[in-house]
Design a protein around this ligand. Structure first.
Ligand SMILES: [Zn+2]
Length: 466
């Protein structure tokens, strides 16, 4: 057997894609946007395969893609059992089928899927590396199933997207809107397509290797469904749920004290107070403060009447109850205190929030990377919206206010998202960089955005004349 035959397939490519600096993704040649479909397939296969190896071979000791690839390349050994050539073929086939089902939209296409997948991989990689500085990951580093779910979700997250916003599909009574009751229509479709393909007999060997127990598959599916639905940032319900989870998992520190978003009652519905980035502690003696105190005492009174045992637990975001009264754990809170949970204390809610932020950020990564990526993808999005507009599939003419709207998106959505990336703490010293890059892009947009907008409008009129 020659040296190259004994090398683990795709390890070299996965390594080269993982060592690219975050802000160079898309700009550096191995990651740049390409019309070469096979190239897109190879990149996605390489990064997915390494996560398959980590999950199937039990490599879960906090090793990132870079370190796994380096180790096997240095040993000059093929991937270990159960990673057989036919299993690798199944990964290749799955990626090819999924990327092939992406429509030829100007923005929501297979190039976007590949960019999001590479960016997701890099964020996971940064978290793996921040271990060296003793930074918490809330269990993500050693959770190979969660890492696999992130890459898988990135691959499928926009498959079969039609380039038409959900609200328009609902307005048109599109078949999918009827099927999914107007809720996260495109995302639900992508999940269906991704899982319907994955569950085919063609991928049995792959599934068996990844999920020797049914419970592992259930957990994987739960992660992926949650992650993909969370990319629907236009859904007020999803946004509100995410906010609630975020504030529950990562309370702000005010005067050295942790401040959780107020939950009107720990039993049942989580009614949240209005909160924003400038949220402050409620002043003593206010009406809201009074209400909070009342609810606290109500909780205490209720708690005293509940028999001791597993039911004496807080419901709401972490737990719920079914009709039989059985308490269902949504997120266990083992080791909520990171110091109590060792160097990398686990917390399912924190882990879920960290995962959601990773995919949400990766989905708009081009704005948080180099300026050229922001200009490129902003123009592609313009074209997609222009196409929908001239085809009477959108009432919004994107040429109006494009320059201003992009500033609004940068300031109202992206910068707060970047602050969250830093606030969760898992990126260590890299954390503040995301907001720095985005601020720089915002400043560059203020100077060059008019030119980029003019060009996009010209290209849009040529490609999709009215
Ligand atoms: Zn997307």
């Amino acid at each position: 057997m020659s040296a190259s035959e004994s090398m683990p397939p795709y390890a070299g490519l996965a390594l080269s894609l993982s060592v690219v600096e975050w802000w160079m993704i898309g700009a550096e040649s191995s990651t740049e946007s390409t019309e070469n479909f096979q190239e897109l397939c190879d990149r996605c296969t390489a990064l997915l395969l390494v996560r398959v190896v980590a999950q199937a071979c039990g490599i879960s000791t906090g090793e990132g893609t870079t370190s796994i690839c380096r180790k096997f390349l240095m040993k000059q050994e093929p991937w270990p059992e159960p990673i057989t050539p036919s299993l690798i073929n199944q990964v290749e086939q799955y990626v090819r089928v999924i990327l092939g089902k992406y429509n030829d939209c100007p923005y929501h296409n297979s190039k976007h899927a590949c960019h999001v997948l590479m960016s997701t991989n890099k964020l996971c990689e940064l978290i793996a590396q921040s271990q060296l500085n003793g930074v918490h990951s809330y269990g993500l580093r050693k959770d190979s199933l969660a890492n696999l779910a992130l890459i898988f979700a990135a691959l499928i997250h926009d498959v079969e997207h039609q380039g038409i916003p959900n609200r328009q599909l609902a307005y048109e009574d599109d078949e999918l809107a009827v099927l999914y009751n107007d809720l996260s229509i495109a995302e639900q479709r992508s999940l269906y397509v991704g899982f319907a393909e994955f569950l085919k007999p063609d991928y049995k060997e792959l599934r068996d290797a990844l999920f020797p127990e049914k419970e592992l598959y259930r957990k994987f599916r739960q992660h992926v469904v949650n992650l993909v639905l969370n990319t629907d940032i236009a859904s007020p319900e999803r946004t509100q749920l995410f906010k609630s989870k975020f504030h529950e998992a990562f309370p702000k520190e005010v005067d050295g004290k942790l401040v959780r978003t107020f939950s009107a009652s720990s039993f049942g519905s989580d009614v949240e107070e209005e909160e924003d980035e400038n949220e402050e502690a409620e002043p003593e003696g206010s009406m809201l403060q009074h209400l909070k105190e009342k609810c606290k005492s109500l909780d205490t009174a209720l708690m005293t009447n509940i028999p001791k045992g597993p039911r004496r637990q807080r419901l709401g975001i972490r737990r719920s109850m079914d009709l039989s009264g059985e308490v269902l754990d949504s997120f266990s809170d083992h080791g909520q205190d990171p110091d109590a949970g060792g160097a990398d204390g686990e917390d399912d809610l924190k882990l879920a929030v960290v995962m959601e932020i990773i995919l949400t950020a990766a989905d708009v990564a081009h704005n948080i990377q180099g300026w050229d990526q922001m200009a490129l993808w902003s123009s592609r999005l313009y074209l997609e919206l222009r196409k929908a507009y001239v085809n009477d599939r959108s009432a919004m003419d994107p040429s109006k206010q494009w320059f201003e709207n992009q500033i609004g998106f940068l300031e109202s959505y992206l910068l707060p998202l970047c602050k969250k990336l830093d606030h969760i703490g898992v990126f260590g010293i890299v954390g503040p960089k995301f907001a720095e890059i985005t601020t720089k892009n915002r400043d560059t947009w203020l100077i060059q955005g008019i030119k980029v907008t003019d060009q996009a409008i010209k290209d849009g009129a040529a490609a999709f004349p009215s």
